[in-house]
Design a protein around this ligand. Structure first.
Ligand code: FMN
Length: 390
């Protein structure tokens, strides 16, 4: 998730367990062949056999509208050994859509098919090519045309976020519409959207009829969600999957995450990254709310680390900076052009709080908005295949 769930958070969340695969945030392709270092910067897992440190495979996602250029970039990306290549037809961000990328392409099913076909032909057969779509751009009129075009072009999997671009991130996600797509195509369909709890996951699987789920914000809010879903489905979970992840286990995760942030992110955005995650954690953990209130005005990374973890900056991180290990420091200022997520800078500003955070409204509205399907059978152990985090 661009600007939120990047390689550092992927690393952290996959250590908790329960996730079968991750999809990277999108890599935007315009009219150039990107150098390999760009792919490696956004998906550093490529340097580790396309896996997170916990061993979870990571698929790299491309976004663009020019079939030959996407194909050329996909071929270069394929040389770096990704677990697979995913194509983004769901991004609602204005800057992306203005340049004819993401969800607006769902108005042009032929072009969607051309893109998938061009990428499929450009990469070796052993590299899976998948796609992610919303239900449409302004409406759902062409959703089946798009899904069929994606299938006909040779995609091995289709993730469907159950909302149009016009729906934004406003609950509910229409899981029943995912079922309509699933019934119209033979390709594996993965359900996505508004899964925050185990109950949501079970209902989403039931209503969509899908075997697999993609978890987005729900996994950020509750890093134990994938494990809990697996346990509820009776799938093999090493350790204590059925026990909710306690807050005391989340704190060391945050500490590990922040150590990476401090190595990789420009100083002025470091505190914001942690507070951005804390903001999501508030949805699941009452302790996160208290913690967030305690640190919301802190922008100095050292003070934040001291307040939360009782420590100052690890001196080896300073060493990493001076030896150039942190050369590819990321600047997050231009991220988060998403309807429901506040830019990292908002979490750095002293006045940042629930009232001014644009994601807060969406989050507050989400509770209880999930539709149910009375009488539908509960998913069984065999019904669910894969949990994907994106
Ligand atoms: C901040 C943010 C960034 C996102 N970035 C991406 C992205 O890069 N690629 C993608 O396919 N989806 C992206 N998404 C969409 C999510 O993957 C997911 O489809 C959507 O949030 C609905 O699922 P959820 O309710 O489980 O979060 C993003 C969503 C958010 C909120």
């Amino acid at each position: 998730m661009e600007g939120l769930l990047d390689h550092m958070l992927r690393d952290t969340l996959t250590r908790v367990g329960g996730v079968d695969r991750c999809v990277s945030e999108f890599i935007r392709v315009t009219d150039q062949l990107l150098p390999a270092r760009v792919f490696k910067r956004i998906v550093p897992e490529l340097l580790n056999g396309s896996r997170t440190h916990a061993g979870v495979p990571v698929r790299a996602q491309l976004l663009g509208s020019d079939p030959p250029c996407l194909a050329e970039n996909a071929a270069r990306l394929a040389e770096l050994g990704p677990e697979g290549i995913d194509l983004n037809f769901g991004c609602p961000a204005k800057t992306v859509n203005r340049h004819r990328g993401g969800a607006v392409l769902l108005d042009e099913p032929e072009l969607v098919g051309e893109i998938v076909g061009a990428v499929r032909r450009a990469v070796p057969a052993h590299v899976p090519v998948s796609a992610k779509m919303r239900l449409g751009n302004e409406d759902r009129e062409r959703m089946l045309d798009c899904a069929r075009a994606i299938e006909a072009a040779g995609a091995s999997e289709l993730v469907v976020h159950g909302r149009t671009k016009r729906d934004g991130y406003k609950p509910p996600a229409f899981w029943d519409q995912i079922a309509v797509i699933r019934e119209a195509v033979g390709v594996e369909v993965v359900a996505n959207g508004e899964v925050w709890t185990v109950e949501d996951a079970l209902r989403c699987l039931r209503e969509s009829g899908c075997r697999s789920l993609m978890l987005g914000r729900g996994m950020v809010a509750n890093p134990g969600l994938a494990l809990a879903v697996r346990a509820a489905l009776g799938r093999d979970v090493p350790g204590q999957g059925a026990t909710p992840l306690p807050w005391s286990d989340v704190i060391p995760l945050m500490e590990r995450f922040f150590a990476q942030v401090r190595r990789k992110v420009a100083t002025k955005h470091q505190a914001g990254r942690l507070k951005q995650w804390l903001h999501y954690l508030r949805r699941h953990y009452p302790e996160a709310e208290e913690t967030y209130q305690r640190v919301r005005t802190i922008n100095a990374p050292d003070l934040l680390a001291m307040t939360l973890f009782g420590q100052t900056l690890d001196p080896t991180l300073d060493a990493a900076r001076t030896t150039g290990e942190a050369d590819d420091i990321e600047d997050h200022a231009d991220h988060a052009d998403h309807a429901d997520v506040a830019p990292v800078d908002a979490f750095n500003a002293c006045e940042s709080d629930l009232d001014t955070d644009p994601s807060a409204d969406a989050d507050a509205d989400a509770g209880g908005a999930v539709p149910t399907a009375p009488g539908a059978p509960a998913p069984s152990r065999q019904d669910s295949d894969t949990l994907i985090a994106a």
